[in-house]
Design a protein around this ligand. Structure first.
Ligand code: SF4
Length: 371
């Protein structure tokens, strides 16, 4: 089929990570590459292979938006010819496209296949959500970011939601008028790593910002009209600072009142400074029961109106006779606060009744490549 041959010639750049809440259904568009900071002890820019941060050129990005449009039109034509997306899914298998299994594709074929699959999943879900990569797109000149968002709308229509990661310090420094302009142009949700509301923990982790800056930045983002999703790292204070980490994080979250709090469990990643400290015994991870007590302290301190989500597989889980079970539900909408606060506390209480040896400890996950 002619259209299939055409799809094989079109690609665009896709970055390495996205939040789980921007699952397979979100179109991925890479405006910048990597992280402009790259020095947080627990991350160290590892998800981006520690490569240098780069803001991509507007023309290059606009060409890629046109490529997405060409792929979208091609897939829709195939769908009409074949009688629906289910048949189209079969036509878009790696075997139909390249005559081989995914594992046998060369790099060029694999990247092309990734783009076709991304656009296919996006339109099958109604082309509703877009995630802009990589770690901090607010580092772009505001005029350029606004131009790209407008070009996207002119070319592909207005999606329901456009989201991006942003560093708290960048939001803190961006003038309010510019944040409002970016919001008006179509960026609707920001994912920001708060990690901890405690000054000492942030300093120890080399986060490069203070709780006060995060409070100002978070409030600015909300005032500018963005939905705000803040990440908190469970266990980031280790054994020595867990209580202040939990209590001060709750205080900062209460002040900001974000739409989402997303809990991520600290798992030491290989080749990061924190991994080395942990191996040398200088940083001590919490045990699974201690982690649960830390979450309980955080949750008890929370007096905000938003959702608390545990949407990552590394969050606390344990063995049962019939496989693994997670303490909290894993979906990206989580628990509505304050209504479901008691439910979260009840789950923690029940989990604490399970023998600790049944839990998978954070250290046991540290060799996984998929975190
Ligand atoms: S700012 Fe974010 S992406 Fe960059 S090093 Fe820190 S945690 Fe990693």
């Amino acid at each position: 089929m002619l259209e299939l041959e055409m799809l094989k010639k079109i690609s665009y750049e896709i970055g390495p990570i996205r939040p789980p809440s921007e699952g397979r259904h979100s179109l991925l568009l890479r405006l910048t590459r990597n992280c402009p900071w790259g020095l947080c002890k627990f991350c160290y820019g590892k998800p981006y292979n520690r490569e240098r941060f780069k803001i991509r050129g507007i023309q290059e990005i606009e060409r890629e938006i046109e490529n997405v449009k060409t792929l979208k039109d091609g897939i829709e034509t195939i769908s009409k010819k074949l009688g629906g997306m289910e048949w189209t899914a079969l036509a878009l298998s790696s075997y139909s496209l390249y005559g081989k299994e995914v594992s046998e594709l060369n790099l060029g074929e694999f990247l092309n296949f990734q783009c076709i699959m991304n656009v296919f999943s996006w339109i099958r879900d109604g082309a509703r959500t877009v995630f802009l990569q990589d770690a901090d797109n607010l580092m772009m000149r505001t005029d350029d970011l606004v131009e790209i968002l407008r070009f996207f709308k002119r070319t592909l229509g207005a999606p329901e939601r456009v989201t991006s990661y942003a560093r708290g310090r960048t939001v803190f420094k961006k003038p309010m008028s510019e944040l409002k302009e970016i919001k008006k142009a179509g960026l609707s949700r920001l994912h920001v790593g708060l990690e901890s509301g405690d000054e000492l923990v942030l300093k120890y982790m080399n986060k490069g910002m203070t709780p006060q800056e995060l409070i100002v930045g978070g409030k600015k983002a909300i005032e500018a009209g963005f939905e705000l999703s803040l990440y908190v790292i469970l266990g980031l204070g280790g054994k020595s600072m867990w209580r202040r980490h939990a209590e001060n994080t709750a205080k900062v979250l209460n002040e900001i009142n974000p739409d989402f709090v997303r809990v991520r469990r600290l798992v030491p990643l290989k080749d990061t400074p924190l991994f080395e400290e942990w191996k040398r015994g200088e940083f001590i991870l919490l045990s699974p029961h201690e982690e649960l007590k830390e979450i309980a302290t955080l949750i008890k301190g929370l007096e905000f109106e938003g959702k608390v989500c545990f949407d990552h597989f590394a969050n606390p889980f344990y063995h049962t006779g019939a496989g693994f079970r997670w303490v909290f539900k894993q979906d990206s909408e989580g628990y509505q606060f304050p209504q479901e606060k008691e439910e979260v506390l009840r789950r923690i209480e029940k989990a604490l009744e399970i023998d600790e040896s049944n839990f998978i400890a954070a250290g046991d996950l540290s060799t996984l490549e998929t975190l």
